[in-house]
Design a binder for this molecule. Sequence first.
Ligand SMILES: Cc1cc2nc3c(=O)[nH]c(=O)nc-3n(C[C@H](O)[C@H](O)[C@H](O)COP(=O)(O)OP(=O)(O)OC[C@H]3O[C@@H](n4cnc5c(N)ncnc54)[C@H](O)[C@@H]3O)c2cc1C
Length: 377
Amino acid sequence: MGTPSMPSGASRRLDDAQIRHEVIVVGGGQAGLAIGYFLAQQGRDFTILEADRVPAAAWRARWDSLKLFTPVRYSSLPGLTFPGDPDSYPTRDEVAAYLTDYARHFELPIELDSRVRSIRRTDGSYLVELDDRTYEADQVVVATGPFQVPFVPAIAEHLGPDVVQLHSTAYRTPTDIPEGVVLVVGGGNTGFQIAEELSASREVHLSIGSRQTPLPQRIFGRDLFWYLEATGLIAKTTASRIGRRLEGRDTLIGSSPRALRRRHGVQLHGRAVDAAGRTVSFSDGEKLDADAVIWATGFRVDHSWIDAPVFDGGGRVVHRRGVTESPGLYFLGLSWLHTRGSALIGWVKADAEHIAHQIGTFHRTSPDKTPAPQHVA
Ligand SMILES: Cc1cc2nc3c(=O)[nH]c(=O)nc-3n(C[C@H](O)[C@H](O)[C@H](O)COP(=O)(O)OP(=O)(O)OC[C@H]3O[C@@H](n4cnc5c(N)ncnc54)[C@H](O)[C@@H]3O)c2cc1C
C-alpha cells in the first residue's frame, strides 16, 4: 500500500491526468477489501481509492476500548482467517491490524489519501474525479461505508458554550471528558457502551429516544451470532417477510437498560427534545443540567457526490443487492444491503462475491440485464 501506489496490470493512462481501469472501488474499508479480494481472484484490472491516509480508517477513528460484538469466529473477510481465539472479541486495534494485513497479504492495489470527489456517468463508462486526477472505468463499486456523516440533532445548537459536547465519533476515552455530569444521548450499542464506560468515573445519564430490542451477547455458552447463523436469521434477505421485519428493528447486543441502571448506576431518560444553556429536557418532562453531552445519535449516508440516476426522491440508493440500474455501478457494505450481515465484517463477503460475479459477467456494450431494482438503502 502506498500514497498513491499504482497497481500493475492493464491500467492505461489516457492523458496526463486521466487513468483508465476496468473497475474502480471507492473506499478501502472491509467492504472495499472484500470486493478487492474477488476482483484480484478474477485477475481484473482495478484499483481501490481510499480517502484516508491510513488503512482501516473508520475502525481507527472509533473509541479506544471498543470491542466488537462479533467474535473472532465471525470477523473474517474472505480468504484470510481473523487471528486469535475464535470465541474472543476483537478490539478496535486488532481489527485495524487485521484489515491492514489483509490488504498486504493479497497485495490489493490501494491508493491512500485519494478522496473521490465525484462519480459521473459518461458515454457508457464512469468518470471518477479526485482533486488531482481523474479516472475512467467501465464499472465502479461504491464501498464508502454504512456510517458516513455523524448526525447531531438540531437541539445541540441550544446548548451553552460551557457545555462540552461531541459526537460519539470524537469520543476516545473517559479522560477526554470533563468531570461532572455527563449525558449520553442515543440508545443504541454505541450510546450504551460509552455510558457504561464513563459510569466508572462520572455521574452518567443516558437519553433513549427509541428502545432497541436487547439481546444477550452469549446464550448457554454460545455467542448470539452462532444462533443467528444456526437459525438462518443472519441470511434472511430484505425480500423476505422476516427480513423486512428485522430490517426495521435495531438490536442492543450484550446490554440492556435494566443492566445499565442496576449494575452501572446510569440514570435513564426519554428522548432529548430540547436544550437551553446547561439544561436538557426530555420527552417525559424531566430536565437535567449537564456538564458534557455525547451525541451517540448515529450517522447519515451521503451519496450526493455521485451523479447517476440511482437514487429515489429521498436520496436513497435504489438497487437489487447492491446492483443499480446504472450499468456497472454498484454499492457494497450498506446496512441491510441484502441481509443483516451486509454491513458486518464476517458476512460482507457474500454480497461482495455477488457483485464480483456481476462485474465478471458485465458486457460494456450490451444492455443491462439486471432485473428491476427492488430495494432502497
Ligand atoms: C461503533 C461501531 C461498532 C461496530 N462493531 C461491529 C462489530 O462488532 N462487528 C461487525 O461486524 N461490525 C461492526 N460495526 C459495523 C461495520 O462492520 C463497520 O461500520 C465497518 O467499518 C463497515 O465497513 P465498510 O468497509 O463498509 O465501511 P468503512 O469501514 O466506513 O470504510 C469506508 C471507507 O471509505 C472511505 N471513503 C469514504 N468516502 C470516500 C470517498 N469519497 N473517496 C474515497 N474513500 C472514501 C473511508 O475513508 C473509509 O475508509 C460497527 C460499527 C460501529 C460504528
